[in-house]
Design a protein around this ligand. Structure first.
Ligand code: B12
Length: 234
């Protein structure tokens, strides 16, 4: 069952309440607003992530007079948004239980290749896989290739998700993915390699060229992908 979503007007209204809080770097205000919108069911968690947190992260204006502070501000804003996401965890698990009770679809591992420091997208996607019934290991930004290659066979996941934002990180991603493919072949593993992130856009050919099985960029796509995996009891 897919999560029921609130109408998009609610996301617009909530976005304009969040923006000034984030601009003022009011971390507590952002967290409390997110939690209250989820509690009162004015927003569902997917709309919060896709309609508010994601756009707020992407729409970071940098004016010339403050150029030296831009990276600093990006770090601070992203860190506040990351805190909001972490604070939503009890709601995420509540929504997951409401959708699938004690059933599971197995494990998904989500991470970013070496030198990829953009991690908010991957972190959000980890929650989407959770919502779709997976137990998720989120490895985070800048994961060394060696560690990915050692961990994946031990964890025996259904999906290995790789997030790439900077096009300059596609070479490292390809190297890691091709090693994963070789490992899957030699070990008889069955995990599928799913990629996402701004470096791919909607370019499925690019995703295939780095060795991925599938390219997905949003909750609806992840939901459809997860539907292909059968449930079992936890
Ligand atoms: C925050 C940020 C940073 C932060 C990251 C902090 C952190 N902890 O994540 C910091 C300051 C570190 C940073 C650094 C850099 N950044 Co930066 N950054 C951004 C910014 C403002 C937001 C990124 C973000 O969080 N997006 C929000 C998330 C939720 O959205 P998303 O990533 O698109 O993810 C969604 C989907 O893509 C998908 N998805 C993502 N991953 C996956 C994985 C799977 C498996 C699946 C299924 C789906 C999926 O689902 C997500 C949820 O909806 C963007 C601006 C922008 N327009 O995006 C620039 C941006 C990405 N950065 C950019 C650049 C150039 C850099 C630097 C090179 C700057 C520099 N000169 O140092 C460095 C590179 C660092 C590195 N080696 O990785 C450029 C990239 C342009 C390009 N095409 O090359 C951008 C676009 C800014 C710009 N307009 O120029 N950055």
């Amino acid at each position: 069952m897919a999560l029921e979503r609130v109408p998009s007007e609610r996301a617009h209204a909530a976005y304009s309440r969040f923006q000034p809080l984030l601009d003022a770097q009011d971390k507590e205000g952002c967290v409390l607003l997110a939690l209250s919108l989820l509690q009162t069911e004015e927003l569902d968690i997917v709309t919060l992530y896709e309609g508010i947190i994601g756009p707020l992260a992407r729409n970071q204006a940098c004016v010339d007079s403050e150029r030296s502070l831009c990276v600093w501000k990006e770090h601070v804003r992203t860190s506040i948004l990351r805190t909001v996401v972490e604070c939503c965890y009890p709601h995420l698990m509540q929504a997951r239980r409401a959708l699938s009770g004690d059933m599971t679809r197995g494990l998904a591992v989500i991470g970013c290749p070496t030198e990829e420091y953009h991690e908010l997208g991957a972190r959000i996607v980890a929650d989407f896989f959770t919502l779709c019934g997976f137990n998720v290991t989120f490895v985070g930004a800048n994961t060394p290739q060696k560690d990915i290659l050692e961990a994946v066979p031990l964890l025996s996941p259904e999906f290995a998700g790789v997030s790439v934002t900077g096009p300059y990180n596609l070479i490292a991603a390809r190297r890691t993915i091709q090693q994963l493919v070789a490992l899957r072949e030699s070990s008889g593993g069955r995990f599928r390699i799913v990629v996402g992130g701004q470096a791919f856009g909607e370019d499925l050919e690019l995703a295939k060229s780095v060795g991925a099985d599938v390219l997905v960029q949003n909750y609806d796509g992840i939901f459809r992908l997860c539907e292909e995996v059968p449930w079992s009891s936890r």
